[in-house]
Each structure stands twice: as C-alpha cells, then as structure tokens.
Design a protein around this ligand. Structure first.
Ligand code: SF4
Ligand code: SF4
Length: 241
C-alpha cells in the first residue's frame, strides 16, 4: 500500500512552530493532495504525495499508510462561496511563497504589514493579506468572486494556509456529496465530525447560503461604482454648462 505524508497537528499557543511547519509544507505545495477527515482517527489530515526521493521533513510530517483514507471524507470548497476570503480571512503568506510570485504580485505583498518570526528553522517573515475592510484578503476579486493568485498561477500559487484551511461544511466521499451536521471536540486536538449525504440541490442551497456574505459585498461594490460613475458624469456636464 502506498505511503502518504500528513502534516502533524498544529501546536496550541506555539505560533513559531506552526509557522515553521507551514513553511515546510509550502515547500511540498505542488504535491498537496487535499484535506481529509478520518472518522477512524478522528483527525483532519492534510495529505501530500511527494514523488519518491523528495526530501520530507519528518519533524513536521508523519508518514501514514494510504489505507487511512479508505473511509475518509475529502474536504471541499465549492466555487461561489468565498466566505473565507471575504470576512475575517486571516490570510497571510510566508516569504518563501512570495519569492515564487511574479514581480507585480510580489510588489503588492511587500506593501503589506509583516512580522519576522523566530522559528525552529530560523527567521521567517510572514506578510498579512487580510488588510482590506472586514479582514478581506487583498487578492480577492470581489466582482468576479475569485482568488487572483489562483487565477494567475493555479492552486499552487495560493498561500499554503489557504490550501490547508477548510470550514469542513462541505465534503465528498466515493463520488457522493456530504454536508456537515455537527461536531464534537474530544480532546488531544481530535474532533468528531458528523456528515450526511445530500443531493446536488441541497448542496447548491448550502453554497448559496454560505455565499451571502460575498454577494452582499458585491452588491455594495456595484452600487458604489455606479454612484461614482454618476457623480463623474454630473461633474462633467456641469463643466460643459
Ligand atoms: S467557508 Fe468553506 S466553502 Fe466557503 S470559502 Fe471557506 S472553505 Fe470554502
Ligand atoms: S489568497 Fe486567495 S484563497 Fe487565500 S484568502 Fe486570499 S483570495 Fe482567498
């Protein structure tokens, strides 16, 4: 049975360690498979499948047998929700990820507030991306409802924290769709998540419900844009008179 690499659990109250782990995970970003919930382990598993011979830091990753995923739910983030990018996104990007971005994107990141953190692997600079109103991410295109980084370079261009963080509301298993119905923390960072299989219609209904924050913001943006345009037109006509 094939091996998979799973990111170890984040440590409570140990920001330096967690940033170190994220930096190491970012190095393997192109081999990121997805986040799964294992009902057997009662754990969320961030799964990577590096090609054989790739160096994997076992301080932050653990090697598991692929069989742990047999009954696992895969976390999904359906298009059109966008809640995580719009409201209190908490988004940030680590310096080694910034270096891989095209110059114009790098420039935008470098203007953001940053923090230098001493981690077990040395100093790491982290740039905040959640500096727009209500914690919206600077790379979220409100009108199109999409991540500019993903549009530019695919999933791999997104910050590792965005790839690993899920609301856990939406999941899939064996080609079927599931929605979360509840959860229970059971200590040691472990959690029980409960899912029920749903129809395409129930799934879409939930996406629409979750998208309400973004849709409201998009309406406001549109109204502000229209009012600005009307103001410019009226200023122009006054000048002509
Ligand atoms: S709330 Fe869930 S579905 Fe919506 S953007 Fe976040 S992870 Fe995706
Ligand atoms: S980088 Fe992209 S996915 Fe992450 S919060 Fe910003 S817009 Fe959303």
């Amino acid at each position: 049975m094939a091996k998979i690499y799973v990111l170890r659990e984040p440590r409570r109250h140990d920001k330096a360690w967690n940033i170190y782990a994220l930096r190491e995970a970012a190095r393997l970003k192109k081999w990121f498979d997805g986040v799964y919930y294992s009902p057997r382990l009662k754990r969320l598993l961030a799964v990577f499948r590096p090609t054989p011979g790739t160096h994997v830091n076992l301080e932050v990753f653990e090697e598991l047998n692929e069989s742990v995923l047999r009954d696992a739910y895969r976390m999904e983030c359906p298009r059109g929700c966008n809640r995580c990018c719009v409201f209190r996104s908490g988004a940030f990007i680590i310096e080694n990820e910034v270096k891989k971005l095209p110059p114009d994107f790098q420039e935008r990141v470098l203007k953001q507030p940053s923090e230098l953190i001493r981690t077990p692997g040395g100093w790491v600079r982290v740039y905040r991306l959640d500096t727009e109103t209500m914690g919206r991410c600077i790379f979220f295109d409100v009108e199109r409802g999409e991540c500019e980084l993903e549009k530019m370079g695919g999933k791999e261009a997104k910050p590792i924290v965005c790839l690993l963080t899920y609301c856990t509301v939406f999941a899939s298993r064996n080609g079927e769709k599931y929605l979360k119905t509840g959860y229970r923390e059971i200590g040691d960072g472990r959690v029980e998540l409960y899912y029920k299989r749903v129809t395409e219609q129930e799934w879409r209904r939930m996406v629409t419900r979750m998208a309400s924050t973004w849709l409201r913001l998009r309406r406001i943006h549109k109204a502000v844009k229209e009012s600005d345009a009307a103001m410019r037109r009226s200023t122009r006509s006054k000048r002509v008179v």
